[in-house]
Ligand binder design. Structure first.
Ligand code: R5P
Length: 294
């Protein structure tokens, strides 16, 4: 049986509580204060167990990584022996090579930073391209990724009849194929070209789209432009409805509002990042991954 405590900050209270219930462990809250200049003050709930399961997402990573450093080193000062970081969204995974001269390859640098401060890492469907395993960038710790495809597949199976699942780009096929199998749906994959942070073009293959209820599937929605561009294409092809499911609801600025204007009726997300679109709990998926650690 797992021993220890789940710790989190107020932002993830609901998610961490659901995880603590699954693991049958107590939950305590870390207090965060931001000074006017945005510097962070962290107050730990004392005493702490020797094994801490720290539920702390790494969206908005420039702030989160500094707070992770303070929390982890504060826990070490309290003689915590093992820190299992549960970061359902793991930032800084996209820059895995220098695409232009002089670009800093941040993925490995941030991987090394995390592994210097925690003993285990659990995350969900990280954005990995040229590496297949987190162990490649964090060999010193148990770094594991689990997938939301099982719970997304169940959600779609329980809530939608005969939908057509649509991945906007080749990267999404790994998730869409698995979700389609779990949900028992057809799927198609688009071909996406990215022109800038907020501009993409997408083409879809020949298919019988007429009057189909399409559900777009993606790992991340940030500006929302990928899903918006895909939705416009799908309506032009004859789809009657377009909805979307995303694993990580980053939704910068007015991304969600723009998606609704583009005719995306429902946006459902996993609860990796707290957001009003959260409908799919990752608690059992995360608990399974934690229990599988050595
Ligand atoms: C990129 O390859 C990802 O899978 C997502 O498609 C992308 O991050 C979405 O970003 P945005 O919402 O800004 O188009």
């Amino acid at each position: 049986m797992l021993a220890g405590t789940v710790l989190t900050v107020q932002k993830y209270h609901a998610q961490a509580n659901a995880l603590a219930v699954q693991l049958d462990l107590p939950l305590s809250i870390i207090y965060q204060h931001r000074f006017p200049d945005a510097e962070s003050l962290i107050t730990l709930p004392l005493p702490v167990a020797s094994h801490v399961i720290l539920y702390f997402g790494l969206e908005y990573p420039n702030t989160s990584l500094v707070e992770l450093l303070l929390i982890a080193e504060g826990l070490r000062q309290q003689q915590v022996q093992r820190i299992t970081l549960v970061a359902p969204y793991l930032g800084y995974m996209r820059q895995d090579k220098a695409f232009h001269v002089g670009e800093v390859v941040s993925q490995g640098i941030i991987g090394a930073f995390i592994s210097n401060h925690v003993d285990d890492l659990i995350t969900v469907d990280p954005h990995l391209h040229r590496i297949s395993s987190l162990s490649d960038i964090m060999p010193a710790i148990q770094a594991r990724h689990t997938s939301a495809t099982g719970v997304i597949g169940e959600f779609i199976r329980d809530n939608n009849d005969n939908s057509l699942l649509v991945g906007p780009d080749s990267e999404s096929e790994q998730w869409v194929a698995s979700i389609a199998e779990n949900a028992g749906c057809d799927y198609v994959i688009g071909d996406k070209q990215r022109h800038s942070d907020t501009s993409v073009s997408i083409t879809f293959p020949e298919f019988e789209y007429k009057n189909r209820n399409a559900i777009l599937i993606d790992d991340i929605a940030s500006s929302g432009q990928t899903l918006i561009t895909a939705a416009k294409q799908l309506y032009q092809q004859g789809c009657s409805d377009v909805n979307a499911v995303v694993t990580h609801a980053l939704f910068m600025e007015d991304g969600l509002k723009t998606m609704r204007h583009a005719g995306i009726g429902n946006v459902w997300s996993c609860d990796s990042i707290p957001h009003p679109t959260n409908k799919i709990s990752l608690a059992t998926t995360l608990a399974g991954a934690i229990k599988a650690l050595g």
